[in-house]
Design a binder for this molecule. Structure first.
Ligand code: HEM
Length: 146
């Protein structure tokens, strides 16, 4: 249980880093006229780690004491966050990135591929960043940096 929370917590940095790498890679190759195997791998890698994070999150959702469905839960900031806000934002972000990658892979034009990755991964990254219980955005939740 504790190890799962630690893994889920630490993986946030790997996920964020991989998304930033994929976005920077898309921007710097927008006008290259090429979509190489390494581009495909960078985008795929970011998505795989996101899905591992999703899996850990889902396990935590059914085991964590921070997720409780009780009367008045929506009036309790901590319960509302872990019951509803955090999972909804994260699933939305992951869905957008998964969809964007699918769309990009279907396209023939390399610059459209990079453009789609840029748009969807950036939007997903922003949503995921907002959904993380950072100590500076959610100081009352008692979550840390690791
Ligand atoms: C990219 C996706 C995600 C990221 C970056 C992320 C990040 C985090 C972070 C940083 C924490 C705080 C851990 C701590 O106490 O230090 C957390 C907690 C939690 N997350 Fe996520 N999460 C993601 C997706 C999800 C999803 C999809 C779910 C559920 C469906 C979920 C469920 C939970 C739960 C239940 C906790 C509370 C665990 C506990 O402390 O007992 N997460 N998440």
């Amino acid at each position: 249980m504790n190890i799962l929370v630690s893994a889920h917590s630490g993986l946030r940095y790997i996920v964020l880093l991989l998304l930033v790498v994929a976005i920077v890679n898309a921007v710097s190759n927008l006008k290259s006229g090429q979509y190489l195997k390494k581009d495909k791998m960078i985008n795929l890698f970011a998505m795989i780690f996101l899905h591992i994070q999703l899996l850990l999150g889902l396990i935590l959702y059914f085991t964590s004491p921070k997720v409780q469905f009780v009367e008045g839960m929506m009036a309790n900031a901590s319960l509302r966050f872990f019951d509803v806000e955090h999972p909804l934002l994260m699933i939305l972000g992951i869905l957008l990135i998964t969809l964007g990658r699918k769309k990009a892979e279907k396209q023939e034009d390399p610059s459209i591929k990079h453009k789609l990755i840029l748009r969807y991964y950036l939007l997903g990254l922003i949503i995921i960043f907002i959904g993380i219980p950072w100590p500076f955005t959610h100081p009352t939740l008692g979550t840390g940096w690791f």
